[in-house]
Design a protein around this ligand. Structure first.
Ligand code: A2H
Length: 257
């Protein structure tokens, strides 16, 4: 972090019908665009996270602005300078939706590219940062300790689900999927680390930092794909290929910040 530009893959998760009330008037396809450094983990998506109290924007994007993206306004501005809106440096917001709080989008059903689950849901994560990526984080609890801790919180804490109108069916059926084998950590590296360090919630910042330090480097370099088109190959070697495949299919775009 803070060492020059970072390239993210923005993965497009299409919002399915029935859409959240606040999007009722939108006719073009609407996507939550999640910023990830690990496009090769998209096979393991179980949900997407939004911060309930962050303000997001809905704006026209993609080829001829035939699509609507949802991300923070800061990210929307940056995207307009990366040729992802029609006019360089200009963002066309959807009327009335320049400011939409995460809480008004929670519970939305989504189609997540490459995911084994046919449908996933938008769930709350309270550690999302406003000033990084798009403010939308796709969740891969097999390989990201933060994602697993937040999912476990929702499973364990009924009041947390109720506070944000999250039903049991949006959370309970979703379990981490083995997608990458990491020597010493097995095929559910985040689960191994969360158990080993006895991480009880998404707020255990220091323990989560430790879990991530261990798992990310190994997962990035020494992981072996267990699923998908590049099964058997190293994560470091297929990351770019999977990113390019997603972009070709109009399921992702590149984003630098
Ligand atoms: B990664 P860096 Cl499986 N707030 O994607 C908090 N976290 C955010 C965020 C925000 N606004 N925007 C993106 N992120 C997460 C997958 C993944 C990620 C795996 C393993 C490691 C990993 C699935 N979530 O990140 O500070 C996103 O989670 C390792 C750091 O820019 C994004 O990639 O380095 C990563 O953090 C970007 O973090």
């Amino acid at each position: 972090e803070g060492v020059g530009p970072q390239e993210y893959t923005l993965v497009k998760l299409e919002i399915l019908d029935p859409k959240p009330k606040i999007l009722a008037a939108v006719v073009k396809p609407v996507y939550l665009v999640a910023a990830t450094l690990r496009p090769e983990t998209m096979y393991g998506q179980t949900n997407v996270y939004l911060h309930p109290d962050i303000a997001y924007s809905a704006f026209y994007a993609g080829p001829k602005e035939k699509e609507v993206f949802i991300a923070t306004k800061r990210a929307a501005r940056n995207l307009s300078y990366q040729n992802l809106t029609n006019e360089f440096g200009k963002v066309n917001f959807v009327e009335g939706l320049e400011k939409v709080y995460g809480k008004d989008l929670l519970g939305a059903a989504l189609k997540a590219p490459l995911a084994a689950y046919e449908k996933v849901y938008a769930l709350p994560m309270l550690t999302i940062k406003d000033e990084k990526g798009t403010g939308v984080v796709t969740s891969v609890p097999s390989d990201a300790p933060d994602d697993l801790a937040a999912l476990n919180d929702l499973k364990k804490k009924k009041p947390l689900r109720e506070k944000y109108n999250i039903t049991d069916e949006m959370v309970m059926p979703y379990v981490p999927i083995p997608i990458i084998d990491i020597p010493e950590y097995g095929n559910l590296a985040a689960v191994t680390m969360v158990e080993k360090l006895k991480i009880e919630s998404q707020n255990e910042k220091e323990k989560l930092e430790e879990a991530k330090r261990e798992v990310y480097l190994k997962g990035f370099y020494d992981g072996i794909m267990l699923v998908g088109e590049y099964k058997g190959r190293k994560t470091a070697d297929v990351k770019k290929l999977i990113q390019e495949d997603l972009i070709k299919k109009n399921l992702a775009v590149k984003y630098v910040e």
